[in-house]
Design a protein around this ligand. Structure first.
Ligand code: BGC
Length: 256
């Protein structure tokens, strides 16, 4: 219950899906949690329901691709909760499923803006607060798409590969300051992002869910908590010697 007592965390994309599970599990483990998301209604409702249960959770409406807005929200969260110890760069979009010869420049740019620039802005503006705390943990959500090719999603794969190596670069950069940086690589997790992706690729959502589940040797998709528990661990001092690593949570997808 208290694995994150006295810690403050920020979760981008924290209103739904994996981010939401991270917010819930970290708050239950004693962290103060700032939810940053574009989805204002969902974010405010989540913060209110957790606050009603006695947790310290607040919401800021932010587009992670907007540097000034990110800096303002991160500084405000650190001020409100008295410092910052954990930055979860989770916000991400999949882009439109298309072969590369049909990808538009606009789709490419938006995916990189959210998935890559968003991680960079989150890291850049969290660092001064983590440094002030004397240590910290940055957790970047990459994907199995940052490790292998799945097909018809070039902007997403490019962005998640970038997050994987930005993580390792930053792990080396900030290790002397006891700021750890790790990436997580989920397989298909049942979230609004995956639901929207499956709706865009198949007329039959239920059949698409079964098909997406079956590519994992374990036989089904994961759920947001399967990722959130790894985030709790990486955020905690239990993982104090863990940096620059990639944690694959994919039901065996990439084991073949
Ligand atoms: C939500 C479910 C939803 C699913 C697919 C999950 O993160 O908790 O309510 O059905 O995503 O969108």
């Amino acid at each position: 219950m208290n694995r994150l007592a006295d810690k403050t965390a920020i979760v981008t994309g924290g209103a739904v899906g994996i981010g939401r599970a991270c917010v819930e599990r970290m708050a239950e483990e004693g962290a103060s949690v700032a939810v940053l998301d574009l989805l204002e209604q969902e974010g405010r409702a989540l913060a209110a329901s957790l606050a009603a249960k006695g947790h310290k959770v607040a919401f800021w409406a932010v587009d992670v691709a907007d540097e000034a807005a990110m800096k303002a929200a991160i500084d405000a969260a650190a001020a409100q909760f008295g410092g910052l110890h954990v930055m979860v760069n989770n916000a991400g979009i999949s882009g439109s499923p298309k072969p590369t010869d049909e990808v538009s420049e606009a789709d490419w740019d938006r995916v990189q803006a959210v998935n890559v620039k968003g991680v960079m802005f989150g890291t850049k503006h969290a660092i001064p607060h983590l440094r002030a705390a004397g240590k910290g943990s940055i957790i970047n959500l990459s994907s199995i798409a940052g490790l292998i090719g799945v097909g018809n999603l070039a902007p997403y794969h490019a962005s998640k590969g970038a997050v994987r190596l930005m993580t390792k670069n930053d792990a080396v950069t900030y290790a002397p300051e006891q700021i750890r940086v790790n990436s997580i690589h989920p397989g298909y997790i049942w979230t609004p992002m995956v639901e929207n992706h499956l709706r865009a690729t198949s007329p039959d959502l239920e059949a698409a869910k079964v098909a997406a589940g079956s590519v994992h040797p374990i036989g089904h998709m994961g759920e947001p908590d399967d990722i959130a528990w790894a985030v709790v661990w990486l955020a905690s001092d239990e993982a104090k010697f863990v940096t620059g690593t990639e944690i694959v949570i994919d039901g065996g997808y990439t084991a073949r």
